[in-house]
Design a protein around this ligand. Structure first.
Ligand code: HEM
Length: 444
């Protein structure tokens, strides 16, 4: 191993600032921002039972995501994510990880994803039809409903509407189960109040797998060749995939694939309604490009300004704000010695707000991502991670965001309903307490 320096830690003065910041803002993000400003782009948090290494910036991102990744594992056995997702692709390392990705990746490539655009649109219309003219809606709730319908309707190919209300709470419980909490410092603490909800979710998923197996068993061979349109069919067709392994992948994709999209869509709507100039330009583009036509895979490609809005929302509020790893053997990353067993956190949030890479990083400026603007330097902008573990659903999420937001702006005028929003670290970085917007139907 090459040698490096020990990770810096906060002195007593910074410790005091962190405590004051926490008391003032009640947000761990504030604590991280103070540490970054006062200690630097690499530091160790020194709380009792919680001493992760936090690394910020392009060099460390590249090393964690690509060049040093063989020294890092994704999850530990005690992590609730491992307990919930068991052998999901997001939990596995090495060959098992590569095999699982290999099964699912073909379904998520652009040529496959664009087939789902009509259904993305149909679900958007279904959800927004219920928005009474002039009413106030919480977009965090609305976008979760929509993201769930879209994920299940397209990538699992089931109508989720009839089960949505019944499974809403179990899904939220599953998300709460893996969200940061006291378990971080007490990894073996019992977690009460989750089992019934998780069992309900499992019963539903195993039922779907059995049904799909039965359907495919009766299908003619021509219908079971090539890449499937949806993940469940693709996985059921793979001979080595047991029901347990399929359950783990579908639950992984369900959680990773809808909670993130929910956050992105809600943040984008919040930022748009909070910046009337940006909103006006985005609406003008939607009117010019779509007119009265429905969004399609082809025409949403021309929503360039909306694309920049989405990218800038992902920069300011990356739904996955940190890449978590466990160091497998003593290593040096970005010049710092990090010993085996250390929890490593690649802070996407702090990298996206680092003054070394961004002018006025706290400002919402979609122009940074205009087509003619210089592209961000490698590993300074990583909303979907990078390297072999880059987000498998990145294309799906971006197409979905353009279809959903394009359709909403085409049909509704949105205005903030006067509630303050702050970033909350759940399983994803969410706008809390929600995004309350007044919705008015636009007249043709
Ligand atoms: C705005 C939406 C999304 C964002 C911001 C996002 C972000 C990310 C990030 C940053 C990672 C890498 C984490 C790390 O390196 O520690 C990741 C991985 C992953 N994402 Fe996404 N994601 C989004 C949507 C989706 C969707 C739609 C799906 C599924 C359809 C999905 C499934 C996954 C999976 C399974 C992984 C783990 C991949 C692996 O370990 O090989 N994500 N995502």
């Amino acid at each position: 191993m090459t040698t490096g320096c020990p990770l810096p830690e906060a002195g007593p003065e910074t410790g005091l600032h962190v405590l004051k910041g926490l008391a003032r803002e009640r947000s761990l993000l504030t604590a991280l921002e103070i540490m970054r400003a006062e200690v630097g782009p690499a530091f160790r948090i020194t709380l009792p039972g919680f001493q992760p290494a936090v690394l910020v910036g392009a060099d460390s991102n590249k090393q964690i995501m690509v060049s040093q990744r063989e020294h890092l594992n994704f999850r530990s056995e005690t992590d609730p994510v491992t307990k919930l997702l068991r052998h999901g692709v997001l939990v596995e390392d090495g060959d098992a990880h590569a095999r699982l990705r290999g099964h699912m990746e073909p379904v998520l490539l652009k040529p496959q994803v664009v087939h789902h655009v009509p259904r993305m649109l149909a679900y958007t219309d279904q959800v927004t039809e219920a928005w009474a003219d002039g009413s106030v809606r919480d977009m965090l709730v609305e976008m979760r409903r929509l993201a769930l319908l879209i994920f299940m309707g397209t990538l699992v190919d089931v109508e989720f509407g009839p089960d949505l209300e019944r499974l809403w709470r179990p899904i939220l419980r599953a998300i709460k189960y893996i969200s940061p909490g006291l378990w971080i410092v007490l990894p073996n603490m019992p977690r009460f109040g989750y089992q019934a909800a998780l069992d309900q979710l499992d019963a539903y998923l195993y039922g779907l797998i059995r049904q799909r197996r039965a359907q495919l068993a009766g299908a003619p061979p021509a219908e079971t060749a090539g890449t499937a349109r949806d993940l469940l069919t693709q996985l059921v067709r793979a001979p080595e995939m047991t029901d347990d392994l399929i359950r783990d992948q579908i639950l992984t994709m369900l959680i990773a694939g809808h909670d993130t999209s929910t956050a992105l869509l809600a943040w984008a709507l919040h930022l748009l309604s909070d910046h009337p100039d940006v909103m006006a330009r985005a609406v003008a583009e939607v009117d010019a490009v779509l007119g009265r036509d429905a969004p399609t895979a082809a025409n949403v490609e021309h929503l360039e300004y909306l694309d920049a809005v989405i990218k800038e929302a992902l920069r300011l509020y990356p739904p996955i704000h940190v890449g978590n790893r466990i160091v497998a053997d003593d290593t040096v990353i970005a010049g710092y010695e990090i010993s085996a067993g250390t929890r490593l956190m690649a802070s996407i949030y702090l990298t996206h707000r680092d003054e070394r890479y961004w002018d006025a990083p706290a400002e919402f400026r979609p122009a940074r991502f205009a087509r003619e603007a210089e592209r961000p330097a490698a590993f300074t902008y990583v909303p979907f991670g990078g390297g072999p573990r880059v987000c498998i659903g990145a294309t799906f999420a971006q197409v979905e965001a353009k279809v959903v937001l394009g359709r909403i702006l085409q049909r509704f005028a949105l205005a903030g309903a006067g509630r303050q929003v702050h970033a909350y670290m759940g399983a994803t970085l969410e706008p809390h307490p929600g995004v309350f917007l007044r919705v008015r139907r636009r007249r043709a």
